[in-house]
Design a protein around this ligand. Structure first.
Ligand SMILES: *Cc1c(COP(=O)(O)O)cnc(C)c1O
Length: 439
């Protein structure tokens, strides 16, 4: 399979090249060129399959040409070593809990898959000294750092906005040491992302070192996220609840939503996707007006979605560019919602009172969007929201809202006891480049 750039000005790339380069030479995002649709009977059969079997089937369609099958299935098995249960909240509403991995957020899945796939290519090709640059608003850094920890021949640099990530998130990537370096940037997430993008475009830095990205711009992180959409559908199909399915996705950089749209594009029957934003509502605004106006990100209590210029927007436009009126098609397929911190708090309180279910602030946006969409449609269909983080990951916020004590899982406790090591840097590219070239 070849990968093209969303900007259409870079040459086609192999999977290996797309994974190692991250971003295409024309600053576009890589997309797979011609994916086979999954046949209806294959999707229908999934209700009798385990998550691992489903993920192997989907990954064969995506990566089967480029990676030895046994190896691919081993990568899948090593990625999915934790549960992803579906939990009902009242009638016809389900939470897909994607947060039972090592860093308590859904990003563990894409990050672990990517780390193993990259390690496979590095070993197969005898490549040395690959540097992974990753910008984080909190959760990506921890998932990537933990996914890559200890892998031979790979150094990871996590760029994160000073003072804008939670203590738990920070501990998860600043205390690891070994091949992981945390760079504390005096700026916002968008500044971090801009530094990473600029690094990929900088000739001198690329000549000096092999650079790749582990943000959801990387196909090896973005595509495996489609696995759990198939899995969730199959679970609901098994209990006769998959008809007219709504899937609600708490959205920031739009990688998760893009993966869902991709699954749909491969043939997964989904009636509509809901994109739930926090106050950083650039995508919501686009769906309302047709205009995409990036803005600096504002802090919110769902900080992993504090993104003002979501990278994967380019993928969504690209997926719909085959239609005569892409904007109208996007609006048909995706409904936008956005929630203030105050609304998020009210939702967390209500779900706890009604169902005893503790939402995290991101999942709360997804859950509320399902409720609001049902109200708008005037009828209820089955809805699934992606619960993207464990509430303990946002312990202070959730405890303050609910007035209860939330226990940290033991593995998170261990991070909190480690010693923070980070390198403070400004938000200017020159300073970052100087650090990188002299390290
Ligand atoms: C990253 C993240 C999101 C947003 O996902 P995108 O793919 O960036 O849209 C939502 N919730 C949590 C907990 C996250 O870590």
């Amino acid at each position: 399979m070849k990968y093209y750039s969303t900007n259409k000005e870079a040459p086609l790339a192999s999977l290996k090249k797309a994974v190692i380069k991250g971003l295409a030479g024309d600053r576009g995002l890589y997309m797979p060129e011609n994916i086979d649709l999954m046949k209806d009977f294959v999707i229908g059969e999934m209700k009798n399959m385990s998550f691992r079997e489903i993920a192997c089937t989907v990954s064969d369609a995506l990566f089967g040409d480029d990676v030895d099958k046994d190896m691919l299935h081993q990568i899948v098995a090593e990625t999915l070593t934790f549960d992803t249960p579906i939990v009902p909240l009242g009638e016809q509403t389900y939470s897909l809990e994607l947060f039972h991995g090592p860093t308590l957020a859904f990003k563990d899945i894409g990050a672990r898959f990517m780390a193993r796939l990259l390690a496979y290519f590095i070993e197969r090709e005898g490549v040395k000294n690959v540097n992974v640059l990753v910008a984080t608003s909190g959760d990506t850094g921890s998932a990537v750092a933990n996914g890559f920890l200890g892998l031979e021949g790979i150094r990871v640099y996590v760029l994160y906005p000073k003072g804008k990530v939670s203590a738990i998130q920070e501990a998860q990537f600043t205390t690891l040491g070994r091949n992981i370096t945390a760079l504390e940037i005096d700026g916002t997430f968008d500044d971090c992302q801009a530094l990473v993008k600029a690094a990929f475009m900088d000739e001198e830095m690329n000549e000096h070192s092999k650079l790749t990205s582990a943000n959801s711009i990387n196909v090896a992180r973005f595509l495996p996220q489609s696995f759990y959409y198939f899995y969730a559908y199959a679970q609901l199909d098994r209990i006769g609840q998959a008809d007219q399915l709504l899937i609600s996705v708490p959205s920031g950089n739009l990688g998760n939503l893009s993966a869902g749209l991709f699954a749909h594009w491969m043939g997964l029957p989904v009636k509509r996707f809901l994109a739930a934003n926090n106050r950083n509502d650039v995508f919501y605004h686009y769906l309302k007006t047709g205009r995409y106006t990036p803005r600096p990100a504002l802090p919110s209590c769902a900080n992993a979605m504090d993104v003002g210029d979501p990278s994967n927007f380019a993928r969504i436009l690209d997926l719909f560019s085959i239609y005569p009126n892409p904007y109208a098609s996007i609006c048909k397929r995706i409904a936008g919602y956005r929630y203030s911190d105050r609304e998020i708090a009210a939702t967390i309180r209500r779900a706890y009172e009604q169902y005893g279910y503790i939402l995290d602030p991101h999942g709360a946006c997804g859950y509320q969007a399902l409720i609001d969409e049902a109200t708008r449609q005037g009828k209820k269909t089955t809805g699934l929201f992606l619960e993207t983080a464990h509430p303990a990951k946002f312990k202070d916020t959730v405890e303050a809202i609910l007035g209860i004590n939330i226990e940290l899982p033991a593995r998170i406790q261990a991070f909190m006891e480690g010693e923070k090591q980070s390198i403070p840097l400004g938000r200017d590219f020159a300073g970052f480049k100087k650090y990188f070239l002299n390290r």
